[in-house]
Design a protein around this ligand. Structure first.
Ligand code: ATP
Length: 336
């Protein structure tokens, strides 16, 4: 498969602040990459560099194997949806959507056809696109921003936290609609978010950033189960980071095991590694219970279980783990 986009040693400084630190990455055509990371780690800056809104301090950007590092934003054919949508408030949704076509001097009747087609695909009615952004809901404004980013058939779609301003129900709905649309028109997409659930459920690949660096890029399932560092393990969701010598897996280093992989009560008996511990907390978190357990050695575990527990805080129970599901984190390992 061909690389659609390739970043080589991309670096960016805001004055003396290094916001993006030597990032290299390639993404195949039609794939959906989510860049995940804490606030301020440089995610938006990476998108702005790719979109051409900032020029790299160092490094190169290739699209379809052509170096576009010095190409202006308008000539890059990259659609971008900004976090706050950045719609023109004085223009109707229709005019907002047709803007990229008008600056490319497309004939009026072609503009109209394209705006109608993309609006229909994105689920905006003819009535809605005649309104100004202020007369539309957050979800509708998001659709207008998406339509504007896609109307000129870009090579690449960039989404900067496109769902951040919406309520949870709408966010989940639009998240799967964006993914459906992305697959339908087969557009290579890079989305930025700090929400790990959004990243895991929507992407072909996840890239995790920290302090300007790209720590790891991988398939969602692999990065969730087998992360390369403690930081990535923690950032992908609740987990247990336990010294490897506790399981006799290695003398050094750390392991991780997700709370839903630890078994308790009857199910613990079937596991090939068992340990007793005291329950120090039971929290109902909606569909599951989060159990806190402390082993006799003083090691704390978090366990996720669907069934209402039959024990109380202070009870001693047995937990079970299939030892193969404990992952030895490769970071900082010596002497294995
Ligand atoms: P968030 O998730 O909060 O949007 P982010 O991961 O997208 O954050 P960036 O917006 O890329 O992070 O910012 C990266 C770093 O660069 C931050 O430390 C930020 O304070 C700094 N920064 C961003 N924009 C500017 C600017 N215009 N001038 C100076 N520093 C900036």
């Amino acid at each position: 498969m061909e690389n659609k986009i390739k970043l080589e040693n991309l670096t960016y400084y805001y004055k003396d602040k290094k916001a993006v630190d030597n990032i290299s990455l390639s993404l195949h055509s039609g794939k959906f990459l989510t860049i995940l990371g804490p606030s301020g780690c440089g995610k938006t800056t990476v998108l702005k560099l790719i979109g051409g809104y900032l020029s790299p301090s160092k490094g190169s950007i290739f699209i379809d194997n052509t170096d576009i590092t010095l190409t202006g934003a308008c000539s890059r054919k990259i659609g971008m949806v900004f976090q706050n949508y950045a719609l023109f408030p004085h223009l109707s949704a229709r005019k907002n959507i047709s803007f990229p076509l008008e600056i490319r001097k497309l004939p009026k009747n072609e503009c109209e056809k394209k705006v109608n087609a993309i609006s229909e695909l994105i689920g905006l009615t003819q009535k809605e696109i005649e309104r100004k952004p202020s007369e539309l809901s957050g979800g509708q404004q998001q659709r207008v921003a998406l339509a504007r980013a896609l109307v000129f058939d870009p090579h690449l779609l960039l989404l900067d936290e496109p769902l951040a301003n919406l309520d949870k129900t709408l966010r989940t709905k639009l998240r799967s609609e964006i993914r459906r649309l992305q697959k339908e028109i087969n557009i290579t997409t890079i989305m930025v978010t700090h929400d790990h659930e959004e990243a895991i459920s929507n992407s072909d690949l996840i890239g995790v950033m920290d302090q300007g660096k790209l720590m790891e890029v991988n398939d969602p399932k692999i990065i969730y189960d087998n992360p390369q560092s403690v930081f990535v393990a923690n950032f992908l969701g609740e987990t247990n980071i336990i010294p490897a010598n506790f399981f006799n897996i290695s003398k050094n280093g750390m392991t991780h095991i997700r709370p839903e992989k630890i078994k308790i009560e009857n199910q613990a008996n079937e596991c090939n590694w068992k340990k007793n511990g005291i329950i120090t907390g039971i929290t109902f978190i909606g569909t599951d219970f989060l159990i806190d357990l402390k082993t006799m050695e003083g090691v704390h575990f978090k366990i996720l279980t669907r069934n209402p527990p039959s024990f109380r805080v202070g009870s001693t129970i047995t937990m079970g783990i299939d030892i193969e599901s404990v992952w030895l984190i490769p970071e900082n390992l010596e002497d294995i």
